[in-house]
Design a protein. Structure first.
Length: 173
């Protein structure tokens, strides 16, 4: 039998507060009244607020030196401009699903899933490409840390969406 040593996790309270703030902001955004001019305006408003919160969490988690920050943020912005385009496709898929939910055919379900797989593949390609770029301006371990932060944020968003989006209704055939 192995004796495992469990080291206590050092939890930075400031980071925990930022994570809670991000989570609360996401929930608040999802529950805002529909005073936006249209559904697209509302979605864009949510995405803008989320991007601002994301930047704050990344900045806090990464603890950059001034030199690192100078080279990181332009590449971060470039990466997120491209990721935004891919995520726009994901939003379009969700809207398409919502619009067809009541009468979703097998063909439409298949189409939506195929489009979803493509956006995931496109996002993975983008992440791989930019991981290489981030490794050129940061140490590999700091580049990994950045993508870990991004993955945690994306996991929180995915969890919120999973709670909001209903499962496909299937007919017993």
């Amino acid at each position: 039998m192995h004796n495992y040593v469990y080291l206590p996790l050092k939890i930075n309270l400031k980071k925990r507060k930022m994570k809670k703030l991000l989570f609360i902001a996401m929930i608040a955004i999802m529950s805002l009244p529909s005073w936006a001019q249209s559904e697209n305006d509302y979605i864009e408003m949510e995405r803008t607020v989320l991007q601002t919160e994301r930047k704050a969490v990344v900045a806090d988690a990464m603890m950059f030196t001034d030199e690192e920050a100078k080279v990181f943020w332009p590449l971060y912005n470039e990466y997120h401009e491209k990721a935004y385009q891919i995520k726009t496709t994901s939003v379009e898929i969700i809207i398409d699903y919502a619009e067809n939910f009541e009468s979703l055919s097998d063909e439409k379900a298949d189409e939506l899933m195929t489009r979803s797989f493509k956006t995931k593949t496109d996002m993975l390609k983008l992440e791989k490409t930019y991981f290489k770029k981030f490794k050129k301006i940061l140490s590999p371990s700091k580049a990994v840390r950045y993508f870990q932060v991004e993955n945690k944020i994306e996991a929180m968003i995915a969890a919120q969406l999973a709670m909001e989006i209903p499962l496909v209704e299937t007919l017993n055939k």
